[in-house]
Write a protein that binds this ligand. Structure first.
Ligand code: 8Y4
Length: 259
């Protein structure tokens, strides 16, 4: 899964059309590099980021989804927590709903059930604005597992099919450095819950802090993280650096092809 940000912080303002075109070209590149899914987000979830209006988020993501759906052979994932965005995105051609708030917003469960597409449920402690202020757990693995299983149950109660549910440990979302590494090491336990797992560690601060690298110098750390998760059975890996990650996957597939 290649990451496509269509937030204004990731674009110099050359107007809407230039932004759509640039987002599309970035998607073409990621698909050519081997991405099977493009994850499109129009709302920044960084701690301290400004809230985005629904109309603004729609204006950012819908034209890009329409263009990718028409022109590229890949799945489109919509990264949003708002039910209206989910609904419009699926109408425009999105194939997957990726929600860091695990469909807890008003109407999100109902819209996702109606849309009948896979949903990714992510664990987060707290909310983006404050989640990194001293997150604490009594039993990290048990708490993340219990949250995800409860959300999966609620999804199924709302009519979402079991086979359409993907889980995600939510690296960096209300987690200290040690929490992130404990969860990464526990990946197999989550795979064993019987749902596909999505892992998103690309360029995150778990590498920045550990290795003392700024955001553009975290590729080696991110690839190490990807390998560790993939070896334990994660099925989807959300990344900025598609070409490099595809090489990693091919090497893992080669070693696993000899029994
Ligand atoms: C550098 C670049 C440093 C990006 C931090 C970040 C996940 C996610 C995000 C995730 C799923 C991010 C939307 C945070 N992370 N969705 N979204 N899983 N499913 N930060 O881990 O990439 S945004």
């Amino acid at each position: 899964m290649g990451i496509l940000n269509v937030t204004p912080d990731s674009f110099s303002d050359g107007g809407r059309f230039a932004n759509i075109e640039s987002a599309f070209l970035q998607s073409v590149k990621m698909v050519e590099q081997g991405a099977a899914i493009i994850d499109i987000g129009g709302e920044s979830t960084r701690p301290g980021a400004e809230d985005v209006s629904t109309q603004e988020e729609l204006d950012r993501v819908i034209p890009v989804i329409e263009k990718i759906a028409k022109r590229l052979d890949c799945w489109i994932s919509i990264d949003t927590s708002k039910s209206l965005i989910m609904q419009e995105a699926v109408k425009a051609g999105a194939d997957l709903i990726n929600d860091i708030r695990a469909l807890q917003a008003a109407n999100a469960l109902q819209v996702a059930a109606q849309a009948n597409v896979p949903v990714c449920l992510m664990h987060m402690q707290g909310l983006p604005r404050t989640m990194q202020n001293a997150p604490e757990y009594e039993n990290l693995i048990a708490e993340v597992k219990s949250f995800l299983m409860q959300r999966a149950e609620q999804c199924m109660a709302a009519g979402i099919k079991k086979e359409n549910i993907i889980l995600d440990l939510g690296f960096g979302f209300g987690k200290k450095l040690e929490h992130n590494y404990q969860l990464l090491q526990a990946t197999r336990q989550f795979v064993e819950l019987g749902y596909p797992l999505l892992t998103g560690v690309s360029r995150k601060s778990m590498f920045g802090q550990l290795l003392n690298r700024d955001i553009n110098d975290r590729l080696a750390g991110s690839l190490a993280g990807a390998i560790i998760a993939l070896q334990q059975g994660t099925q989807i890996i959300r990344v900025h650096d598609v070409a490099e990650t595809v090489d990693v996957i091919k090497v893992l597939q080669a070693v696993n092809s000899y029994n």
